[in-house]
Design a protein around this ligand. Structure first.
Ligand code: NAD
Length: 253
């Protein structure tokens, strides 16, 4: 494949938030983008934004934790847009609770969407990347990977994604495929709005409090994360692999 041909990207969880901003950004970079989320109809806004700007997009309904749905979705993308050689594993959920109150379902749901979902999507896409001798995989980790009260499930999944990313980088590097992780800090989306509600704070107040703890003194926007993902998925980033980039307005360990 020559680099003048349009590469096809899949962004999971792209109906809203970070995924939507990433889909729009990758389309602006010339990718044809599969906007994948649980509900195909919910992808319409993101697809509309991309096509209104002259880009190419396809709405795909798929639960990333379901192997059969993932296989079907990736096959559909390959048939309708072309071989997916850029994959952003962004779909995510929270089921926060302190350990003693965390249910089996809270644990399994978070593991299934983040870890199993990234595994299934990567496995389904890698054959297209290996055939093309080009691939870019970006997994969404989180600053919570370093540990966060009330998030034993989420922190474990997001730390797990870092090990998964490094292993993909090792296994797939010889096929021209890179794998990297972006670990956001506080980003303004429905996910952080739901957290504010859970802890009984107004979202504005919650953001203001978070901003005081961040060196750049502001909370992040979905576009801040899309910028980092655009770098890792770019044609020029072929020698950057197995890395975890914290995008959090300041350093994290
Ligand atoms: N917002 C933050 O501050 C923040 C910080 C660190 C990491 N992250 C991570 O970034 C990613 C995006 O977060 P966001 O804030 O945009 O979240 P969000 O809740 O706004 O959007 C997540 C999207 O994922 C979709 N989704 C959930 N389960 C799915 C499944 N099984 N299959 C397909 N799609 C599914 C949802 O429908 C939704 O559209 C997540 O992985 C999240 O953990 C977010």
């Amino acid at each position: 494949m020559s680099t003048t041909e349009q590469r096809v990207a899949i962004v999971t969880g792209a109906a809203r938030g970070i995924g939507a901003a990433t889909a729009v950004r990758l389309a602006a970079e010339g990718r044809a983008v599969a906007v994948l989320d649980l509900d195909e109809a919910a992808c319409a806004d993101t697809v509309e934004k991309i096509t209104a700007a002259g880009g190419k997009a396809l709405a795909v309904g798929c639960d990333v934790s379901d192997a059969a749905q993932v296989e079907a979705a990736v096959a559909r993308v390959a048939a309708e847009l072309g071989a997916p050689t850029v994959l952003v594993n962004n779909a995510g959920v929270l089921r926060d609770n302190l350990l003693f109150k965390m249910s089996d379902t809270d644990w399994d749901t978070v593991m299934n969407v983040h870890l199993r979902g990234a595994f299934l999507m990567s496995r389904a896409c890698q054959k297209h990347m290996v055939d093309a001798k080009f691939g870019r995989i970006v997994n969404l980790s989180s600053s919570s990977a370093l540990g966060n009260r009330g998030q034993a499930n989420y922190a474990a999944a997001k730390a797990g994604l870092q090990g998964f990313t490094k292993t993909l980088a090792i296994e797939l590097g010889k096929f021209g495929v890179t794998a990297n992780a972006v670990a956001p800090g506080f980003i303004v989306t429905d996910m952080t709005a739901a957290t504010a509600e859970r802890v009984g704070m107004g979202f504005e107040e919650f953001q203001a409090a978070a901003a005081t703890q961040i060196p750049v003194q502001r909370v992040g926007r979905p576009e801040d994360i899309a910028n980092a993902i655009a770098f890792f998925t770019g044609e020029a980033a072929g020698f950057v692999s197995g890395q975890v980039m914290y995008v959090a307005g300041g350093p994290l360990n």
